[in-house]
Design a protein. Structure first.
Length: 128
């Protein structure tokens, strides 16, 4: 079959380690803000998430920030809101990348991108 290639084989532990390395490489002020966010690895975005964002393929989403960005929080925020959360989608990243170096780079970019949403940056304002 032309154009078909096997996705990279990367263990969940190795993938999680690259996320930790991406977090460790953040500048100090940004890193302290990351402490406020729960970062989880999920294999794929859910059908509900794909539908909410009107995406046709799970490969169209590498990560997702869910929560209230710090520029929108206030003392008067209603109680009981879930903490901010970033999901990094392992499957789409592994299918996108051809080498482990590409995966490491994409994981870093996705972590930075999603944490950028936590501080209120829009997609067009991201630092890369």
């Amino acid at each position: 079959m032309a154009g078909f290639r096997q996705p990279l084989t990367v263990s969940p532990e190795e993938f999680a380690q690259w996320i930790q390395e991406a977090l460790a490489g953040l500048p100090a002020p940004f890193a302290s803000l990351a402490d406020e966010v729960s970062i989880v690895v999920e294999e794929e975005p859910s059908a509900e998430v794909l539908q909410e964002f009107e995406l046709e393929s799970e490969d169209d989403l590498l990560g997702l920030y869910q929560g209230v960005s710090i520029d929108e929080t206030s003392f008067f925020q209603p109680a009981g809101e879930l903490p901010a959360r970033v999901a990094i989608y392992r499957g789409p990243i592994l299918r996108l990348c051809r080498t482990k170096d590409e995966v490491i780079h994409e994981v870093r970019d996705t972590v930075v991108h999603e944490l950028g949403h936590h501080i209120g940056l829009g997609d067009e304002d991201m630092p890369y």
